[in-house]
Ligand binder design. Structure first.
Ligand SMILES: [Zn+2]
Ligand SMILES: [Zn+2]
Length: 333
């Protein structure tokens, strides 16, 4: 099969992903073989490719927002019919037995596998995945619309939940890429006012088009104090700036898997029961709940297509904030 794989992490400007042939995987017991149609491009892929996340497998095929068709079922895999349209996300598998898995927090599993990081992902024509971690894609979404929902969408949704924001509340977004452009649609659906702080004016415009009450630069101060904010941009210097605009008791949620160091700041910014918390992965419940809500709304993603062979180009564009919405690899030539 054709695939883009990474032998060794390197700056994306050096085009470290190689396009070539690999042996297609075969489904083990309980697994599905999926023929991939589209794979979303996520900032986490960039962190894998550039080595900000320590390598877990080499070579590795990145990509964890996979939409495709079940081609073959491994022994005992009975949940999906051949030909069913499915999605595969970041959480590839958990051990199912650790303290976290047994207490409703499988996103924090002690022995997880992650798609496109510790196992091969979706920058390829085929992937295998355990059927228990595969999602059914609601009919409301065309394939290419669904791809960015599988990480950007689900993680944005978990971030919204963890922010504790209530209908009528005021919510800030720092960074307005793939995750934020989906999360704002859910937030607006819930009657939340959104304020977007992001450096690129195209992204500010997209935020306003999607119903933001206000949009400005990353360090511009929103016109009103916020009940909560979510930081999607991987820049630690945003943390004190965002704390400054939170109400007492407000929460700041850090939605990324990686962030540059957070500068020290005065305790006053945190005092008055403000909270900072990170988001790590998602549970399958988050994924299913999100896909249901997203289909109800229905969420519409803004996608820019790249052919599989141009995965380096897509990641370069992502790094340079050049994609309004989400980049998606079209796998079938
Ligand atoms: Zn576990
Ligand atoms: Zn992701």
């Amino acid at each position: 099969m054709k695939a883009c794989f990474l032998n060794k992490p390197a700056p994306i400007e050096t085009n470290p992903l190689q396009y070539g042939n690999m042996t297609a995987p075969q489904p083990a017991s309980g697994e599905l073989l999926v023929r991939i149609r589209y794979c979303g491009v996520c900032r986490t892929d960039l962190h894998v490719v550039e080595g900000e996340l320590p390598p877990r497998k080499s070579p590795v095929v990145p990509g964890h927002q996979v939409v495709g068709i079940v081609e073959k079922s491994g022994e005992g895999a009975v949940k999906f019919q051949i030909g069913a349209r499915v999605g595969i996300a970041w959480l590839f598998r958990t051990d199912g037995v650790c303290h976290y898995c047994c207490s409703g927090a499988e996103n924090l599993c002690d022995n997880p596998a992650f798609t496109g990081y510790s196992v091969d992902g979706g920058y390829a024509e085929y992937i295998v995945a355990p059927e228990d971690f595969v999602y059914s894609i609601p009919e409301a979404f065309p394939d290419e619309q669904a791809a960015p929902l599988l990480c950007a969408g689900i993680i944005g949704f978990r971030s919204l939940r963890l922010s504790g924001i209530k209908p009528g509340g005021r919510l800030g977004f720092y960074g307005f890429g793939a995750a934020a452009h989906v999360a704002i649609q859910v937030a607006r659906h819930w009657g939340i006012e959104v304020f977007a702080c992001t450096r690129d004016t195209r992204h500010q415009r997209l935020a306003l088009d999607l119903g933001a009450k206000w949009a400005g630069g990353t360090f511009a101060e929103p016109p009103e104090k916020l009940d909560a904010a979510i930081v999607f941009a991987p820049a630690g210097e945003i943390v004190p700036a965002a704390l400054k605009v939170l109400h007492k008791g407000g929460s700041l949620v850090l939605g990324g898997i990686h962030m540059s160091p957070i500068p020290s700041f005065d305790y006053d910014l945190l005092y008055q029961e403000r909270v900072i918390r990170s988001v790590a992965n998602n549970t399958r419940q988050d994924g299913e709940d999100f896909l249901r809500v997203a289909a109800e709304i229905p969420v519409r993603t803004h996608v820019r297509f790249y052919p599989l062979r141009e995965a380096n180009l897509a990641l370069n564009a992502l790094k340079n904030d050049a994609i309004p919405g989400a980049a998606v690899l079209k796998i079938e030539e």
